[in-house]
Design a protein around this ligand. Structure first.
Ligand SMILES: *Cc1c(COP(=O)(O)O)cnc(C)c1O
Length: 448
């Protein structure tokens, strides 16, 4: 079965050489092409006799890979980009070569043990009790959905009389909350944010009480965002958690992007109140230097989540031995040990290196905000709370922003697609890459 022939050996060398070259040198930014264009260049790649490893690899490296934007380019500041450490990327090769099954303790004990230590670090940073725990899932969308399903199951026990369930969150909550609500067939109560863009505890309390006194619908979870994807704003976690606790409602913190900065002392106080979370998520693939795709989903009381998410079948019963099986804590069964690249990098570098890298990106974001503030054509929208710098360009309409952005990518300078805020087009830098230098920011700003 394991026929590691000379041909396979040669392909292995080619793949390693390509991977190392990709890691050693600055990645190209690259950009998308149309499907027609790609088809005319590479043709039909799925054939009865196969292209052979060498040729298939060449199709990928010389054409297909170049039609993908490098998310780890230092001037890719779009959406939330990524910046996996070399160690994390290299260890991903080990994960790929190891055929690990991450669903159960029985099959993957060593890997699950390591993942759990990485989860413990995050849980401790948030101030959750030692009994807290969770699992790495594909992304924040699945992480949020999995947590919300558990929250609803808890609420059902307490309020059998409820006619319809409701998620309370802010207008600025991530789109995945509405997606979760659609999947779950529940409603969303969008609570207005304060002038500073934050969801506040008193507004949450007022909105919930009004709903509960005027209808038979019940709020089963309050979702706080920390921080928002567009502007990086951190909701009033302390006030919101108090409002939720006083009403015996589940408190979930969506920190897919921002909770990474729990390890940065300069901003840690902004997260006060996160220790009251019943569940939270943070994506190491966003701002914790891990490759796609890894979201850490953590519950205060994982036992409740296990009751909800554990799958039952005759052929699975052998796994129900009381051991910690990651499949039991989210919507999934088979799973890649997707937390391992993050674990390896964290174990190898140590947590101080994470703190340093995090503080560095925050410092670059502050410096970028300073440059925007003194730029004659630009207006800063708000002081960056974390590492997102958002601003407008005087005299531009939406089309101007888009044209500027398209040209920036076409010239291979950077990838900064426009966003919008209160209906107005804006630009934003999401700085999560320790290799993004202030000179990179200057280069982009010089084109505005
Ligand atoms: C990115 C993001 C998500 C979704 O995470 P995915 O990993 O893309 O599924 C959810 N919430 C917030 C606040 C985010 O920034």
């Amino acid at each position: 079965m394991h026929e590691f022939t000379a041909e396979v050996e040669a392909l292995a060398q080619e793949i390693l050489a390509y991977s190392l070259d990709r890691l050693k040198n600055d990645p190209p930014l690259d950009g998308p092409r149309t499907a027609e264009d790609l088809l005319s260049e590479v043709g039909q790649t799925i054939t009865a006799r196969g292209l052979g490893g060498h040729h298939a690899l060449e199709v990928f490296t010389s054409v297909l890979a170049k039609a993908c934007i490098s998310t780890d380019h230092p001037r890719n500041l779009a959406f939330i980009p990524s910046a996996p450490s070399e160690y994390a990327n290299l260890f991903d090769l080990v994960v790929a070569a190891s055929a690990l099954y991450g669903g159960s303790w029985q099959e993957g004990a060593g890997a699950v043990f390591a993942e759990n230590q990485a989860l413990r670090w995050l849980s401790n940073l948030a101030g959750l009790p030692e009994s807290a725990g969770g699992v790495f899932v594909q992304g924040g969308t699945i992480g949020n959905l999995s947590a919300l399903v558990v929250a609803r199951a808890e609420a059902r026990k307490k309020h059998p009389e409820a006619t319809r369930w409701v998620i309370a969150c802010s207008e600025e909550a991530h789109s995945s909350i509405v997606t979760a609500a659609n999947v779950m067939d529940v409603d969303v109560l969008k609570v207005p944010v304060a002038a500073n863009g934050k969801l506040m505890g008193d507004a949450v309390a007022h909105a919930i009480d009004t709903l509960h006194t005027t209808s038979t619908k019940r709020v089963f979870v309050v979702v706080a965002t920390s921080g928002t994807t567009n502007l990086g704003i951190i909701d009033d976690l302390k006030g919101i958690s108090t409002a939720a606790r006083e009403r015996d409602i589940w408190f979930h913190v969506d920190g897919a992007y921002g909770l990474a900065a729990l390890c940065a002392p300069s901003v840690r106080a902004k997260f006060d109140g996160v220790e009251n979370a019943d569940s939270f998520i943070v994506d190491p693939h966003k701002w914790l230097f891990a490759p796609f795709d890894a979201c850490a989903l953590i519950y205060r009381e994982p036992e409740i989540a296990r009751e909800v998410h554990s799958q039952h079948a005759s052929y699975l019963d052998t796994l129900k031995d009381g051991a910690w099986s990651p499949s039991d804590y989210a919507i999934q069964l088979t799973r890649r040990t997707r937390g391992l690249p993050f674990w390896f990098s964290l174990a190898a570098h140590g947590t101080d290196a994470y703190t340093d890298a995090m503080e560095h990106t925050i410092a670059v974001a502050r410096a970028a905000a300073d440059l925007v503030r003194v730029h004659p054509n630009l207006d800063l929208i708000c002081e960056p709370e974390l590492s997102i710098v958002a601003f407008t360009r005087q005299g531009w309409d939406a089309k101007d922003y888009q044209n500027w952005s398209d040209e920036l990518l076409a010239d291979q300078v950077g990838f900064i697609p426009p966003s919008s805020h209160h209906g107005q087009a804006i630009l934003r830098f999401a700085i999560v890459n320790p290799w993004t230098k202030i000179s990179d920011i200057e280069l982009i700003l010089s084109r505005l």
